[in-house]
Design a protein around this ligand. Structure first.
Ligand SMILES: NC(=O)c1ccc[n+]([C@@H]2O[C@H](COP(=O)([O-])OP(=O)(O)OC[C@H]3O[C@@H](n4cnc5c(N)ncnc54)[C@H](OP(=O)(O)O)[C@@H]3O)[C@@H](O)[C@H]2O)c1
Length: 250
């Protein structure tokens, strides 16, 4: 009997994952390797990146420690890549800053990491012709781009910019059958909650109660990422997938 053709598998695909040294990007890389992909993983922290690398299934993977805000570091990654079939952009920074404290320095800092760098890096990959026909590009955006939270304006703006440009990229890259989609998670228990020092445990519990299905896990985002990176979604481009456990239904 013929082996069932499973369109969700990533066998034969090489996927680049940014932000793979922690949280969502780390889990995406691990789950993609379980689905048969070869991974190129990147992040700034070499030790944590190596830890991700050691947790990947199979042995056809590479890791490159790099700061995506540095053009030289992006070239370093480009030089290690021959051809890729997918990119999962998870590198990003969060942060809460009420609008009245906005400054050009703060805006530049968050815009650089969350918008300029992933877009410039994608452009550099496209220009180098290292992205195969039929490839899939996925941005981890955020529900913050749709739903207002106090103090979240600058972060929300970076993710809104990603959503907007990704629709145009989807159009412009369609000639090469390259797809571009965004995933918009609400709160994911990626460890980030421990690092947002300004939020108390009590406030977290109050917030969590607003989620009919509770907070998300990195593996939830990884599963959706696999769908977008696989041929199972080959007719889907320019979309935004909200993943929020029902948070915005209320
Ligand atoms: N967690 C959530 O609730 C949530 C919800 C919605 C959207 N998101 C989005 O999901 C993505 C991942 O979030 P996370 O929760 O997994 O956060 P995380 O654990 O802090 O991971 C962020 C990753 O981005 C990397 N990174 C940051 N700046 C970089 C730079 N200049 N160059 C290269 N790598 C850089 C970090 O690398 P190093 O650690 O090595 O520096 C790390 O691997 C972000 O884009 C975030 O906005 C998260």
């Amino acid at each position: 009997m013929d082996k069932i053709n499973n369109p969700f598998l990533l066998e034969g695909k090489t996927i680049l994952v940014t932000g793979a040294s922690s949280g969502i990007g780390q889990e995406v890389a691990i789950q993609c390797s379980k689905m048969g992909a070869s991974l190129i993983i990147t992040g700034r922290n070499k030790e944590r990146l190596e830890e991700t690398y050691n947790r990947l299934d199979g042995d056809n993977h590479i890791f490159v420690s790099a700061d995506l805000n540095s053009r030289d570091d992006r070239v370093l990654i480009l030089d290690k890549i021959s051809q890729i079939d997918g990119i999962l952009h998870a590198a990003g920074i969060m942060g809460t800053l009420p609008f009245k404290f906005a400054s050009s320095e703060k805006m530049e800092e968050i815009m650089k990491t969350n918008f300029f760098s992933p877009i410039l890096f994608t452009k550099e990959l496209v220009s180098s012709k290292k992205i195969n026909k039929g490839a899939s590009i996925v941005f981890i955006s955020s529900i913050a781009s749709k739903h207002s939270y106090y103090g979240n304006g600058l972060y929300a703006a970076t993710k809104g910019a990603i959503n907007s440009i990704s629709r145009v990229m989807a159009l412009e890259l369609s000639a090469q059958k390259i797809r571009v989609n965004c995933i918009l998670p609400a709160m994911v228990e990626s460890g980030i909650e421990d690092r947002l020092g300004s939020i108390s445990q009590h406030d977290f519990e109050v917030d969590k109660a607003k989620y009919p299905l509770g907070y998300g896990k990195p593996v939830d985002v990884a599963n959706a990422s696999i769908f977008f990176l696989s041929d199972a979604s080959k007719w889907i481009t320019g979309t935004e997938l909200i993943m929020d456990g029902g948070f915005t239904l209320l």
